[in-house]
Design a binder for this molecule. Structure first.
Ligand SMILES: NC(=O)c1ccc[n+]([C@@H]2O[C@H](COP(=O)([O-])OP(=O)(O)OC[C@H]3O[C@@H](n4cnc5c(N)ncnc54)[C@H](OP(=O)(O)O)[C@@H]3O)[C@@H](O)[C@H]2O)c1
Length: 346
């Protein structure tokens, strides 16, 4: 199958091209960059592009995707929404790594992203691309909104506790990410001198991933509202910047609505994720570390009930560029087009 990648020079775009190169069923046919000549001169691409991988490279405006069945958008928010409809109408599927189609309410999008949505009529078409939550809706989808890197870790972290019967009263997500989470464009806040040997919180008064986490949690609870014992979870989220390039770690503190012991919780998580190829529940005493998931599509989870307390700590590690972005987008592509879910990712 032939695919296009818009924004191939960015951090997630490059990871996509690299992973697609190893996928047995895929050819990256069209790549876009704002300065097309810069791609082949870039050392990352000069190591990757060869006789076998020889894509057409152009600007997004000039790109001819007619030979592609799918286009990935690894561009900032506001870009995909300008192109999705044209591709959609031509029967070319779109997997968008940006936030353009994540929030279903265009007013909420405008409030958090500061721009008006130019394709609100497509918002209902978009499937939220978290396979562990939405696998059944992904087969044959024409437009997929990939989750943010933090929401991926938080939603997978609490999913077993909110499906069927909501067991959560309060959810506090204390999350950390490496600087690649902010993208490759020049920004003084993420240069080495500002980040090295330092650690800090940011966006404490509201991060764009908060409404996304709230939206998806509410949707899950609503789906099971008949049997649920709670329909109102308080959710708070604080992101932090780690002095490293890639990797994301979430410590999620949860107050339970009923008393469940450690063994019961471990069993709940193991049962829920038994069939998931990329979610690993770590055994007692083995804690997640970002280095164990580096360049991998796996997400590592550890569930720790504080003794004598109604609180629980869920620790989650992922690679923000892989399970938090490019790897998960390929997992989704596999599900949309009926390839083996792990194809190109093991
Ligand atoms: N980084 C992460 O961990 C992560 C995780 C999940 C989702 N995301 C989302 O994925 C998207 C890409 O993230 P990233 O980290 O890869 O960003 P990035 O490193 O800044 O790359 C963005 C790319 O988009 C291109 N671009 C910028 N403005 C454009 C425009 N107006 N038209 C066409 N192309 C444009 C740039 O092209 P040139 O280089 O050619 O100028 C750049 O290569 C973002 O929406 C981000 O929020 C990122």
């Amino acid at each position: 199958m032939r695919v296009g990648v818009a924004g191939c020079m960015g951090y997630t775009g490059f990871e996509l091209v690299k992973l697609l190169d190893k996928h047995p069923n895929i050819t990256s046919e069209v790549l876009t960059a704002r300065v097309p000549d810069s791609v082949k001169k870039d050392p990352r691409f000069s190591l990757l592009l060869n006789d076998r991988t020889n894509p057409k490279i152009s600007t997004l405006e000039d790109a001819d995707f007619s030979s592609c069945e799918l286009v990935f958008f690894a561009t900032p928010h506001g870009v995909c929404m300008e192109h999705a409809k044209k591709l959609f109408n031509k029967g070319i599927a779109v997997i968008d790594l940006s936030a353009d189609f994540r929030l279903h309410d265009p007013k909420l999008f405008e409030e958090w992203y500061g721009i008006q949505h130019s394709a609100p009529e497509l918002l209902d078409e978009a499937v939220y691309g978290l396979p562990e939550l939405n696998r059944a809706n992904l087969a044959g989808a024409n437009l997929v909104a990939m989750p943010g890197c933090y929401p991926t870790s938080v939603i997978i972290g609490v999913l077993p506790l909110i499906e069927e019967k909501c067991l959560i009263k309060t959810l506090l997500a204390d999350c950390k990410s490496g600087v690649s989470g902010a993208g490759r464009s020049a920004n003084s806040a993420t240069i080495y001198g500002e980040v090295a040997e330092n650690f800090k919180a940011y966006a404490v008064h509201g991060h764009r991933h908060l409404p996304e986490i709230k939206q998806e949690v509410a949707r899950i609870i609503n789906k099971f509202k008949e049997q649920s014992n709670s329909d109102n979870i308080e959710i708070q989220f604080t992101p932090h910047l780690l002095p490293m390039f890639r990797g994301l770690y979430s410590s999620i503190y949860v107050e339970l609505t009923e008393d469940i012991e450690q063994d019961g919780l471990t069993e709940l998580y193991k049962t829920r994720y038994a069939g998931e190829p990329f979610v690993r529940i770590l055994p007692k005493g083995v804690l997640p570390e970002t280095r164990f998931v580096r360049e991998s599509n796996e997400i590592h989870l550890y569930v720790n009930k504080f003794e004598g307390s109604s609180y629980l700590n869920i620790l989650v590690a992922e690679d923000n560029l892989i399970k938090g972005a490019a790897g998960q987008a390929i997992q989704v592509m596999n599900l949309v087009f009926g390839f083996a879910e792990t194809s190109g990712l093991k």
